[in-house]
Design a binder for this molecule. Structure first.
Ligand SMILES: [Ca+2]
Length: 273
């Protein structure tokens, strides 16, 4: 017998002995264990964020915080405050064109306006979806058995378990770590390194819809546990900044807002569960 026949026969023997391990009882149990495993583990495209407390909002004061010189859009990220969140899961990446196409085909939802003749542009398959409003994003997440993250869930995830930093990686904006300050539109998701939780593009790329209504004063009275935003409002929170934004707008604490029916080339989303 040659060496290769020998090793083939060894593999066959091993495969046979492994097959013999499966008794009728264990065969019956296997689907049950697989189901348990599926429920216990996050899907491969999601990250499990453990229950816990974090500091939400901007912690560093600037000299012009108490003057009229700081733009009001950069003041609603205070006061910083402790927030406790139950465990949840979040998509590792922004929802892509390819993923959104599956949803459009299955539900016959109106495609985004930049899909010529309703067709997903093939070159954008791995780019984040955009030109979708809050209803589109909410419906997509429901289609996947998910939901939009709350603003607090989004910020905790963006921080990646680190306290007091401006960006997911530190305190200095870095074009090697995120897509921002650009005029060229979005590129492929997950091109830049993930944060400590394994999440990509929590700074820049496209801004992301959150579930919450927005009010400027919300942090002054928000609940300490699982805050879900004001009861109602005219604007929805969007987070993370986009390819078109300056470094000040891609921080983990920067709060932005738009009307729920807004559709722009720099606004997309990811889902939570
Ligand atoms: Ca983003």
């Amino acid at each position: 017998m040659t060496r290769s026949q020998n090793s083939l026969s060894k593999w066959r023997g091993r495969a046979k002995s492994q097959t013999n391990i499966l008794t009728p009882d264990s065969c019956l149990l296997t689907p049950f264990f697989l189901l348990l495993l599926a429920l216990a583990l996050p899907a491969q495209d999601m990250v499990e964020i453990p229950a816990g407390e974090f500091t939400m909002g901007r912690t560093k004061l600037t000299p012009d915080d108490k003057t009229t010189m700081r733009p009001i859009v950069l003041l609603d990220d205070r006061p910083d405050h402790k927030v406790y969140l139950d465990a949840y899961q979040l998509d590792k990446t922004e929802v892509t064109h390819r993923q959104y196409e599956e949803f459009v085909k299955a539900t016959h939802r109106k495609p985004p306006s930049h899909w010529l003749e309703g067709k997903m542009p093939a070159e954008a398959a791995d780019h984040p979806i955009y030109n979708v409003d809050h209803d589109d994003a909410t419906a997509y997440c429901a289609f996947k058995g998910k939901r939009l993250p709350t603003e607090a869930e989004w910020e905790r995830a963006a921080r990646g378990g680190k306290e007091g930093l401006s960006y997911p990686w530190g305190d200095k904006a870095d074009p090697k770590l995120a897509l921002y300050n650009s005029q060229s539109g979005p590129g492929p998701v997950a091109k830049y390194p993930p944060n400590e939780f394994g999440l990509h593009d929590m700074a820049g790329s496209v801004s992301e819809w959150c579930a919450d209504w927005f009010t400027r004063e919300y942090y002054k009275s928000s609940p300490a546990k699982n805050p879900k935003g004001p009861e109602t409002g005219s604007y929805k929170v969007i987070r993370g900044g986009a390819w078109s934004d300056s470094p000040a707008r891609i921080t983990v604490f920067f709060r932005n807002w738009v009307r729920p029916n807004q559709k722009t080339p720099n606004l997309g989303f990811r889902c939570a569960r």
